[in-house]
Design a protein around this ligand. Structure first.
Ligand code: FMN
Length: 174
């Protein structure tokens, strides 16, 4: 798929059949994560966790339910890739949050290219970070904190060309 087509067709998909992405598609999506830029080129400050284990997915969803009273904040997706970051300072900075977001966005765009449904996930990450027993299941290296993630899987919803309002985000021309 061409780049501009990919940008146009990308959309957050929140319905999953439960079927996992093909291994080759998942590998392509993970490669896209590796192709992302990060602040200062400090790649060692980021960590990817590919969660397919149903018990871990359930523990993350349960943390969301406990904290927000919402069920299935991962929408039953069979794969959840989490981007964690380690601060070069005392706390995570906007550069680290932004880098994690760009990594996720690269994966989301690659998912469109591969015909794999995906959705950006920030909400349940907040609950995960407040739930030590769920966090421990990620086996993160020391010092890393989950920042965001992307759900991946098959869906009955297909990507398709979509009209996008050119004034959706207010713009000032100077
Ligand atoms: C930073 C960020 C955080 C988001 N967090 C969530 C989330 O936790 N759960 C969710 O279902 N969607 C989440 N989304 C998806 C947005 O709701 C969605 O991208 C937005 O409504 C625009 O729709 P579109 O992606 O279909 O164009 C997030 C998107 C971004 C960019």
């Amino acid at each position: 798929m061409q780049t501009l087509e990919t940008l146009n067709q990308r959309t957050a998909i929140r319905t999953y059949t439960g079927e996992a992405p093909r291994e080759a598609a998942l590998a392509t999506i993970m490669q896209a994560a590796q192709e992302a830029p990060v602040a200062m080129g400090q790649f060692a400050n980021y960590h990817l966790t590919v969660v397919r284990e149903p018990a871990v997915l359930q523990a993350i969803e349960a943390a969301g339910t406990k904290q927000f009273g919402r069920e299935h904040m991962l929408y039953g997706a069979p794969v959840f890739v989490i981007v964690s970051a380690k601060s070069a300072h005392e706390a995570l900075t906007s550069a680290e949050y932004s880098s994690a977001a760009i990594i996720v966005h690269n994966m989301a765009l690659a998912a469109v290219d591969q015909g794999v449904a995906s959705c950006y996930i920030w909400g349940v990450i907040a609950a995960l970070n407040q739930t030590p027993e769920a966090l421990a299941k990620l086996q993160l290296p020391n010092g890393f904190t989950p920042v965001c993630g992307v759900t991946l899987g098959a869906s009955t919803q297909a990507y398709a060309p979509r009209p996008v309002n050119a004034a959706k985000i207010a713009t000032t021309q100077l």
